[in-house]
Write a protein that binds this ligand. Structure first.
Ligand SMILES: [Zn+2]
Length: 288
């Protein structure tokens, strides 16, 4: 089947109180690994790339690889652009075949965030592409976007209501205390805020900074209305550590297949674990 938009996939997840794990990939092997994980667990899948990866590999290579995955399997697959701050990259990715995009204008004042998100919505809707936007500021490091802890801020529930009404955005990422990267201590998630926002806003909500959040906290956030959980850092670490392990034992290795195979396997194992954690196992047929 072709790549699909995530709008309906996430609305179904929200209605049935599970989440879709969205995996950031950087290489063909990582993409194949998360696809295999979703096939084996019969889960819907969101593959996502940051702007850095779009610039590194080119949107066409990424989109073609994702389309091939969708063609070769019968699970619903979305290709999403993560944290994009500029309009022209969004257009490039939609043209290449991305079926979902995030406009991150969270660094601007509220009105500017509304205007930019509306502008993206107009273009995306015409192409049947889902749009995610951020309110408040998620802390940490995500590619080139660095938000120092003291500049991170939580989303205001009333702002969320106004924002969704005025932009018509189909997916919302409210900052609720998670951060990008690996947590130094325990994440400080404001569950009450998730509940209040989910109560007042009907669009699916997105949990950013999903790497390293304890299982019971993910379950709680999903039960309260988080319908997409982003996993980036943990996958990168699993991939890289598996490669490093090969070189510890075989420093002379120079066949990429020899060190990419265990790295792919490590990503697949972790992705399967995250899919189970999100509760989307066996849900492929619900969206299909
Ligand atoms: Zn994020």
């Amino acid at each position: 089947m072709p790549l699909i938009s995530s709008t309906e996939m996430l609305q179904t997840a929200r209605r049935d109180q599970y989440a879709i794990a969205a995996f950031n990939v950087h290489t063909l092997e990582m993409l194949q690994a998360v696809v295999e994980a979703a096939v084996e667990t019969e889960s819907p899948l969101i593959i996502q790339t940051t702007v850095g990866t779009v610039n590194h590999l080119g949107p066409d290579y990424i989109a073609h690889a994702a389309k091939t995955a969708a063609d070769l399997t019968d699970i619903p697959i979305v290709l999403h652009l993560d944290h994009c701050t500029d309009f022209s990259t969004i257009i490039r990715c939609i043209r290449a075949g991305y079926t979902s995009v995030m406009i991150d204008a969270s660094m601007y004042p509220f009105e500017e965030n509304v205007n930019l998100t509306r502008k993206v919505m107009e273009v995306a809707q015409a192409s049947g592409v889902n749009v995610e936007a951020e309110l408040g500021k998620v802390g940490g490091v995500e590619d080139d976007i660095v938000v120092e802890e003291q500049h991170a801020s939580l989303a205001d529930p009333e702002d969320c209501v106004q924002f969704v009404e005025r932009t018509g955005v189909t997916t919302l990422a409210p900052a609720i205390g998670t951060a990008h990267g690996i947590y130094k201590g325990q994440p400080n998630i404001d569950f009450e805020r998730i509940e209040t926002i989910a109560d007042r806003v009907s669009v699916p909500l997105v949990l950013h900074g999903g790497s390293g959040i304890p299982a019971e906290q993910i379950h709680r956030a999903v039960a309260l209305g988080m319908s997409k959980v982003n996993i980036a850092t943990e996958l990168r670490i699993a991939f890289s550590e598996a490669i490093k392990d090969v070189f510890v034992i075989h420093p002379e290795e120079n066949d990429p297949r020899k060190y990419m195979a265990p790295a792919k396997e490590a990503v697949k194992r972790l992705a399967m674990e995250k899919i189970r954690l999100c509760g989307s196992t066996g849900k492929a047929g619900v969206v299909r």
